[in-house]
Ligand binder design. Sequence first.
Ligand code: GRF
Length: 207
Amino acid sequence: MSFDELPKFHSPTRLAVLLSGSGSTLKNLLAYIERRELDAVIPVVLASKECLGAQRARDAGIETHVHDGVLTGGALDTICNAHNIDLVVLAGYLKLLPITDRVQYRVINIHPALLPDFGGRGMHGQHVHQAVHEAYTQGKVTESGCTVHFADEQYDTGSTIIQMQYPIKETDSAQDIGDCVFELECKAYPRAIKLLIDRNADANTNE
Ligand code: GRF
C-alpha cells in the first residue's frame, strides 16, 4: 500500500483539520477554499483542547470536536468515516496521532523549519524559530523555511512532500524568522494539498 493506491478522493476533496492552538493554518486553508484556489471542503475540525482554533472552526460553521484525552485510532477512524475524509491535515496539532490503516498515507503535517533539522518533541512555534535564530548567529545555518510531510507515529519524521526556503537576514530576530516562515507556510500547505489531490487523480485515471 502506498499513497498512489489510495481510492479516488471526493470532489471537492474532504479534509479533516486537527489543531491545538490559534487555528491560523485553518484560517489560511479556509481563505484558499473561499477564493476557490483549493478544491476542498473542511467538514470537521478536531481540537486537542479548547482553543481559539476550535472557536474559529465553530464560527465558520464547521462541526468541531474537542478531544483532550488520548485520541485512539478507533475515535479517529470513526470521525474520518462519518465525514468521508480523504486527507487529515495537521494544523498546529501538538499531539502524536495514531496512524491506523484508515488514515495511512492520508495524514499530513506542516512544520515551520527545514526538516530533518529543528524537529522533534517540543519543537513547535517560537521554540523552533529561537533555535534556528541561535544556529544562525553561530554560523551553523543560513536559511530556514517550512516542510510539509506525511505524518507517521513520531514527531516530524515522515517523508517530505514539499519544502520552501527562507534565506535569513542579518537583522532578523527569531520573531521575524517566524513571521516570514509563516508567510511561506500559507503558500506551501495549499500547494502540497493540491499536489496530493492531483497525484491521487492521476493515479486513478485508468480505473
Ligand atoms: C503553524 O505555524 C505550523 O507550522 C505549526 O503550527 C502552526 C499553526 O499553529 N504546525 P497555530 O494556528 O498558530 O496554533
